[in-house]
Structures are given as C-alpha cells and as structure tokens.
Design a protein around this ligand. Sequence first.
Ligand SMILES: Nc1ncnc2c1ncn2[C@@H]1O[C@H](COP(=O)(O)OP(=O)(O)OP(=O)(O)O)[C@@H](O)[C@H]1O
Length: 222
Amino acid sequence: MTTQPTASPQSADHKTLLAATDLASVRGERTLFADLNMHVRAGEVWQIEGPNGAGKSSLLRILTGLLAPQAGQIQFRGEPIQNCREAFHAELLFIGHKAGVKAELTAIENLEFYAAVQGQPISAPPYELLEKVGLVGLEDIPAQRLSAGQQRRIALARLWLTDAPLWILDEPFTALDVSGIALLEARFAEHVAAGGAIILTSHQAVNSAHFPLQRVQLRYQY
Ligand SMILES: Nc1ncnc2c1ncn2[C@@H]1O[C@H](COP(=O)(O)OP(=O)(O)OP(=O)(O)O)[C@@H](O)[C@H]1O
C-alpha cells in the first residue's frame, strides 16, 4: 500500500534547498512509505506527522543521507546528495531524537564540544547562550544529573551556534516545557525569516503563526 503524503504546492525552483523525489523505504517486511515527494524551500518549515512506527525518524535519516532509501532520489540545491555529501553536510544541522548530550560534560562543556565539532568558534559567550536557553545556575552540573528537559535544552542550544541553512530535527519539542516550546518556535521563526528551512517530526501541533508550515502525514502501513 502506498502512503499519500501531502506535497508542497510549489514545484522545485531556485529556492528549493532539498528535493526528495519518489522516495520509498522498506524496513524488515514492512514498506514504511512509497512515492513520497518533498520540495523544501528556503523560508519553510515542514512537519512530518504520523503514529509511532510510521517511519518519521527513518524518513529524516534518509533525508540526511544516513539511511539509504529503497527507491527515489534526494537533491540538495539541485545536486544528488551522494555527489555533494561534504557540501551538503556543511549546510545541514541534524539533531536526532536522543538528546545528543555528553552525559559527563557540563552544559558549557557540551556547548564548547558542539562548537568544536562544527569547526567554528563559539559565536556568543557560552554563558549568554545558556541564559537564552534557560540553563543559568546549572552550568557546572554534569548533564547526566540534569532533567530530560534540561538536557534537551542543552542539545537545542546548537540551534543558536549554527549557521547551517537546513535543520533536520527529530522530535525537538520532546520533554520541553511551555517556555521551552515558545523559545524554540521563536528561534524557528528567526531561522526561516533569515532564509533557512526546517524539517521536523513532532507529535504535537506546531504553532505556524510566524512561518509557512507544510505537513507530511505518514500512515502506519501493515
Ligand atoms: N535500525 C532499524 N532496523 C530495522 N528496522 C528499524 C530500525 N529502526 C527502526 N526500524 C523500524 O522501522 C519502523 C519505523 O521506525 P521509525 O523510528 O522510523 O518510526 P517513527 O515514526 O519515527 O516512530 P516514533 O513516533 O515511535 O518515533 C518501525 O517499525 C521500526 O521497528
């Protein structure tokens, strides 16, 4: 059975950052989706929706090039991603559904680690960044002793450290409280207003008051 995702009303053009064409994914015995098309343009947020096990994380991993699809092609700025892997990854920020936080490092050390991995100096003093993400007072505590939501805030601080135009985020709202969600939505609005694009999964409604929201609905295929 074929999934019928919601397609972008726009066709590919010069603003298209990522174009996925006729994607299919099979895991084990099950086809997760087929004939899936997405044209993700600068200034857009795309939300992948669907029940547990529908294939949302698998789709994100395929879009990053970490998992091969059974069919279809992904292009970044008009180039198949397998032909421009390095340039693609330089312009991509992927945050998976696990917090991606080093348990034994403090919040500040985690931020310094992210900056080092990205090969760029930390853009704002780490303390300012911690203030922004609401972690002041907790900066010297190893991440493993922080709550799930506090750890998630450390991981999401990367969104203030990066200049990558394309963000792919797996369940970014998980474990965040109301103020954390509002902070994240404000950062999303800032990013897309500056010409970025975001693809995310979320089980909760995303407030689309400040950016165009495209939605892809995956169904659980038996
Ligand atoms: N490494 C793997 N090897 C084989 N099958 C996998 C693997 N990871 C996930 N799957 C299977 O792929 C299907 C889709 O999983 P996926 O994580 O993409 O779903 P999801 O929509 O993100 O779910 P959730 O909402 O629970 O996070 C599941 O049936 C899962 O068992």
